[in-house]
Design a protein around this ligand. Structure first.
Ligand code: HEM
Length: 400
């Protein structure tokens, strides 16, 4: 059964409202009134937007909703992302099983919970080192560039076997790739330079192997250097921008909520639950997980035809009152494990055990070691990353 659509499709993306931590009010309204609705994209094309927790999970768990960006009707939220998908070897996030599963299996052992738990002491040292350096430079400091970004960046470099000395090179290029306002040419150039860099690295690892992921992918002999570079690119970009933005946005959300921060300081063991709640509350992957229907499907009473695109709004799903009571409140002790901040189904974030460990250590250490941490600029002057694929803040000047 398909219900009538009396209203004009929403123009996507919709602007955020007064609270920078909440999803755009239009998505929240859609979740309440029409959880499977039509939206118009930047190029005038239309697709579906799914906003309720139950339907988001329905779509993400069903592989008849494909992640294959080469299929007609796949929804792209910017021209840059369309260009990237059309011209690049698909990485596993944009492939379906069995090819997706074949590639993902090559990486699963590296990101298992057991494996990432072993990294805790090493990550703690990295976190302490960057905090020492920030403190030594003196206040005010930009928490993004001096703390939140370098931590996951160094960790993913170590795991991949990439030289951290090159971090400015790939951080700048991944920023261009994730910026919604980058031109198609800028995105092409950034992608080409990063791919060349990783391809040369793969060639080097062939001659001089180490125990990093790139080296092991090369040693398996199943992938060409270009495919290894594609995998490396995904891990490098996904591995640092996401965790970095979660760290700085979490710091800001806690500074804005002294009662919750006091609770965390009084009870540091709360940090694991707190990080899950922050993932739910902040939902930094804010532009929707894209899929395209390969068969006619009925979701939430609406018929989605084969070849029609769908955007799964995990930010709206994570504020669904049917699943999370008082969803608009940050409650660090809440049981929020059912959040979909890491996605759901076969593409669910591969790096989530690593992201959790990094976030738990980064958040706990920051507030333990700097009890006087506060903003160094008025809250109103903070620039939020509404223009980026991954939400967060552009910079976060702090004193302590
Ligand atoms: C997939 C979020 C950290 C690697 C995803 C997806 C989401 C996500 C929502 C699903 C995409 C989809 O279904 O279309 C996050 C968040 C992170 C984070 C919120 C941090 C707070 C990381 C890290 C790594 C990583 C640290 C790697 C080192 C990946 C990979 C995929 C993925 C490889 C694709 C998995 C697949 O398609 O099978 N992530 N991620 N992520 N993430 Fe993450």
């Amino acid at each position: 059964m398909t219900t009538a659509h009396p209203v004009e499709p929403l123009s996507f993306p919709a602007p955020r409202g007064a609270c920078p931590f909440a999803p755009p009010p239009a998505y929240e309204q859609a979740r309440r009134e029409q959880p499977v609705s039509r939206v118009t994209l930047w190029d005038g094309s239309q697709c579906w937007m799914v906003t309720r927790h139950a339907e988001v999970r329905t779509v993400l768990r069903d592989q008849r909703f494909s992640s294959d960006a080469s299929l007609p009707g796949f929804p792209f939220v910017t021209d840059g992302r369309r260009a990237l998908a059309n011209e690049t070897i698909s990485n596993l996030i944009r492939l379906d099983d069995p090819e997706h599963a074949r590639l993902r299996r090559m990486l699963t052992a590296d990101f298992m919970i057991k494996k990432t738990e072993v990294l805790r002491p090493r990550i703690q040292r990295i976190v302490d080192d960057f905090l020492d350096r920030m403190v030594a430079h003196g206040a005010p400091a930009d928490l993004v560039t001096e703390y939140a970004l370098p931590i996951p960046s160094l960790v993913i470099c170590l795991l991949l076997g990439v030289d951290y000395v090159d971090h400015a090179y790939f951080q700048e290029r991944s920023r261009v790739m994730l910026h919604n306002h980058s031109t198609v040419d800028q995105i092409r150039q950034a992608r080409d330079e990063l791919t060349d860099y990783l391809q040369q690295l793969a060639e080097r690892k062939r001659r001089e192997p180490d125990d990093g992921i790139i080296s092991r992918l090369v040693a398996r002999g199943e992938l060409g250097d270009d495919e290894v570079a594609t995998m490396g690119l995904l891990l490098l970009v996904a591995g640092h921008e996401t965790t970095a933005n979660m760290t700085s946005l979490s710091a800001l959300a806690l500074l804005r909520d002294p009662a919750q921060l006091a609770r965390l300081r009084a009870e540091p063991a709360l940090v694991k639950t707190a990080v899950e709640e922050l993932l739910r509350f902040l939902s930094i992957v804010h532009s929707g997980l894209p899929r395209v229907a390969t068969e006619d499907m009925v979701v939430g009473g609406e018929t989605i035809r084969a070849g029609e695109g769908v955007l799964c709004m995990i930010s709206a799903a994570n504020r669904d009152e049917e699943v999370f009571a008082t969803a608009d409140q940050l409650d660090l002790a809440r049981e929020s494990r059912r959040h979909v901040a890491f996605g759901f189904g076969v593409h669910q974030c591969l790096g989530q055990p690593l992201a959790r460990v990094e976030l738990q250590i980064a958040v706990e250490t920051l507030f333990r070691r700097l009890p006087g941490l506060q903003l160094a600029i008025p809250y109103e002057d903070i620039r939020f990353r509404t223009d980026m694929a991954i939400y967060g803040v552009h910079e976060l000047p702090v004193t302590w």
